[in-house]
Design a protein around this ligand. Structure first.
Ligand code: GLP
Length: 233
């Protein structure tokens, strides 16, 4: 893993922009995006940049089950507000949180991921080491699937909701196998609440107890960390 340590998330966003610039230059056509508070400064840099995404296809890692695309807490809405309304993409694929036929939705997403392999996947990391809602205990072999969120993730994400009861208990995730299929992975982590997960991801044993530890096996991973997130390394 290549580790870049930055002063803060603003600087992290600027480093991430350099990576996006190089990736697009090398003819990348498919980008995988993440949500949460971590990638916000990266999206701000992409928006301010002169990068042209009009020929780029995008995927998102995950979506809450039960939330409509226009629900202010959905990841559809997040992407619209934080990137898509400022930058035009060719097509953007996100999982439909209110799909009536869940199995068909999952199958369809897997087919799309197979048809358009991801060149660069952006990731955050949960405090418990989850990536893209693949919680501790998730199989490393799973593609798109429905996941039950852990109490710790529900608590951590309740800050975006009026109260904890409103946080959905399930989500769809593209799965660790799909994440690992990306040619390049960029993971950002900021703040001391991520330090222990970062340590386990980088130096810990490879175990489903820390899903992010599987990234040790991927040949092209870059981590952008601030000093607090890197403090236990
Ligand atoms: C959610 C998202 C993850 C994200 C994680 C960390 O669970 N589904 O993709 O990495 O939160 O969020 P934050 O960046 O807000 O700390």
């Amino acid at each position: 893993m290549k580790i870049i340590i930055v002063k803060n998330k603003i600087e992290g966003g600027k480093k991430a922009l350099e990576i996006y610039r190089a990736t697009l230059k090398s003819n990348a056509r498919v980008l995988g995006f993440a949500t949460g508070s971590t990638p916000l400064t990266t999206y701000q840099e992409l928006i301010k940049s002169d990068l042209d995404f009009s020929q780029i296809i995008s995927f998102n890692l995950d979506e809450y089950v039960g939330l409509q695309a226009d629900d202010p807490q959905s990841y559809h809405h997040y992407m619209e507000e934080n990137l898509f309304k400022f930058k035009k993409f060719k097509t953007s694929f996100l999982l439909n949180g209110v799909a009536v036929d869940e199995k068909a939705e999952i199958r369809h997403y897997d087919q799309l991921l197979e048809k358009y392999p991801i060149d660069l996947q952006l990731l955050g990391i949960g405090r418990n080491g989850h990536i893209g809602f693949n919680e501790p205990g998730s199989s490393f072999n799973e593609r798109t699937h429905k996941v039950g969120l852990t109490e710790s993730t529900i608590k951590a994400n309740s800050r975006f909701f009026a109260d904890e009861v409103q946080v959905p208990r399930y989500a769809y995730s593209m799965g660790i196998k799909s994440i690992l299929a990306a040619k390049q992975i960029l993971l950002e982590a900021y703040g001391s609440s991520k330090a222990s997960a970062v340590l386990r991801m980088v130096q810990g044993p490879m175990t489903t107890a820390c899903p992010a530890s599987i990234l040790q096996t991927h040949p092209n991973v870059t981590l952008i960390l601030d000093e607090a997130a890197a403090s236990q390394l």
